[in-house]
Ligand binder design. Structure first.
Ligand SMILES: *Cc1c(COP(=O)(O)O)cnc(C)c1O
Length: 210
């Protein structure tokens, strides 16, 4: 679909992250020139290279698995890390935030699907972390919401999305959360129905990947 038409079809209250993984800087620049500023990548090395090559007012989102030894490469500039899936990683992001003297915004990734390759916190783990007040523990990390990736089997998505949405609403009553990052090209409409206000759209904007 055409970017402009797609963007027009989405409410202004929903943040669209254009997922540009595997796409060239020229392609990204085309979407940038239409006014888009939020781009997402799943690999640190590719993200850093694109950060260096593209205009500095882009908000870069990391949406893929992050290894602790790679946090240092993105800490100086990353806008939002969606894929925080362990406390050890949170601790590392906090250290790098301290070194760079900036507070790094993150989402906690929740494992909403049983697909073998999907990572994230279990709901049960989060309950323990929140009662130990993870929200105050790290001075250089700000937890501003949750991220989820639905099962490949789309018949499971409705149940998964409802559960994370209910959980988001529940935690949001106690802690001030901002984003529920849920939904990709093939399931974003369902995600929005379940209160997602940040969607990660790759192939619909950039065309399919090989
Ligand atoms: C690739 C990717 C997307 C975008 O997928 P599309 O189906 O191309 O929209 C969204 N979220 C994550 C975590 C991804 O890795």
């Amino acid at each position: 679909m055409d970017y402009i038409l797609f963007k027009k079809s989405i409410s202004e209250n929903i943040k669209v992250v254009a997922v540009s993984k595997t796409k060239s800087t020229e392609k990204i620049k085309e979407i940038y020139d239409l006014g888009h500023r939020d781009f997402g990548e799943n690999k640190v090395q590719e993200l850093v290279k694109k950060y260096e090559d593209l205009p500095k007012d882009i908000n870069w989102h990391l949406i893929g698995k992050l290894q602790r030894n790679k946090v240092k490469y993105i800490a100086p500039f990353i806008h939002l890390i969606h894929s925080v899936d362990s406390e050890r990683l949170l601790n590392q992001i906090n250290k790098e935030g301290d070194k760079n003297n900036r507070i790094i915004n993150v989402l906690l990734q929740i494992k909403i699907s049983n697909d073998p390759l999907k990572t994230g916190f279990e709901y049960s783990e989060l309950g323990d972390m929140f009662s130990g007040s993870i929200f105050l523990k790290y001075k250089f990390v700000k937890i501003i919401g949750f991220m989820g990736i639905g099962s490949i089997d789309q018949s499971k998505n409705e149940k998964e999305f409802k559960k994370i949405s209910d959980y988001f609403n529940k935690i949001n009553k106690i802690h001030d959360l901002k984003y529920l990052s849920l939904g990709m090209s093939n399931d974003y409409k369902l995600a929005i129905k379940y209160n997602s206000n940040m969607i990660r759209i790759g192939s619909l904007i950039f065309g399919s990947r090989n």
